[in-house]
Design a protein around this ligand. Sequence first.
Ligand SMILES: Cc1cc2nc3c(=O)[nH]c(=O)nc-3n(C[C@H](O)[C@H](O)[C@H](O)COP(=O)(O)OP(=O)(O)OC[C@H]3O[C@@H](n4cnc5c(N)ncnc54)[C@H](O)[C@@H]3O)c2cc1C
Length: 372
Amino acid sequence: MDYTLPPELGPLQAEARALAAEWAARPVPANDLGVLEDSWLIGASREFSLALAERGWLGMTWPVEEGGGGRRPLERFVVFEALIAGGAPVATSWFADRQIGPTLLQYGTPEQRARFLPDIVAGRSAWSIGMSEPDAGSDVASLRTRAVRDGDHWVVSGTKTWNSGAADADWCYLVARTDPDAPPHAGLSELVVDLHSPGIEIRPITDLTGNRHFCEVLLDEVRVPAANLVGTENGSFRQIMRQMEHERGGIDRLVSNRSLYDDALAAADLDDPLLRQEVAALETGYRIGRLLVLREVLGQAPAGFSAATKTFCTEFEQRVAAFCARVAGADALVWNRTSRGVCYAPAYTIMGGTTQILRNILGERLLGLPRA
Ligand SMILES: Cc1cc2nc3c(=O)[nH]c(=O)nc-3n(C[C@H](O)[C@H](O)[C@H](O)COP(=O)(O)OP(=O)(O)OC[C@H]3O[C@@H](n4cnc5c(N)ncnc54)[C@H](O)[C@@H]3O)c2cc1C
């Protein structure tokens, strides 16, 4: 079996690597930490979104008639592997490119697609994801944020949390309870909320590493046009599951801290047999993870398998962080890029669905094991 990518993708890969190298060296405006890791979540830059749009790298695979690039999934894979592994600040456009656009393509009305997709492809809009709440993370069905119909609007009240990028975003893709009397899974709907609407307060939260990318979003009787409900009213649960496939199976889950690894590898004493073994295990893990992602990208993975892909890849990222700490030795105690990368690493297996939840999905839905 030949695992190498088609050679004609080489120039595209080289172009993306060069762009990443150029931008990773610049200070990121929304982030004074100069963090290269997790640049798809933390590296916010409107300017970089425009640079991506200029190259046709947003909505790359979406249909041409919807304003997308109509390009092959492998091309998008090659571009974003290079950009994210190289620490390019893709965060401003990432949620929209990764999952909101595909969700609108699948469930949005023609009017919604015409309203929102062109701005995403042009790098002019930034989106955040409003699922989690203070008392509802893993258990999406226990969401409490309410949306009540009032004429041509929904009136939304509640609190969302861990909303990455909300402080810099234009739109929030928000899940709210639209039927309080239905069973928990059955009363949820998805709304596109303008984050500049009256009644919204956004409070950034500082994480352990000093980052302020995620936010608490408080909604007090926010009026959202009824036309902004995406898909089926009260039918969000199925749509969320589909959206999660986009969120969990991509290359971003494998290469978040690749540039930290590259630097650690360059500094590692490879005469040390234990370190050499660790490098061999990591390099093997990286290749396995990449094959899992490629299966998702090419549409060859079974439905729901992204739970396995994300679990393997994010646990791999944590092994990378541990390796970097080992190479740094006592220097890992100094507050620098490595120590920040180590402190940040637990987040990999929490965001986008925790490893425990994903293992439940694998056991119950894919393997059909009995519930404990
Ligand atoms: C860096 C980062 C960025 C994020 N960005 C966003 C964002 O942009 N938008 C958004 O909506 N959310 C975001 N989140 C939130 C994230 O989706 C939730 O943190 C995650 O789903 C877990 O929910 P929770 O924190 O409420 O933990 P809980 O659901 O309370 O879980 C706590 C612990 O209990 C375990 N657990 C819970 N239920 C079960 C079960 N049934 N079986 C076994 N174990 C279980 C979990 O695995 C976990 O270890 C982000 C989180 C992080 C860390």
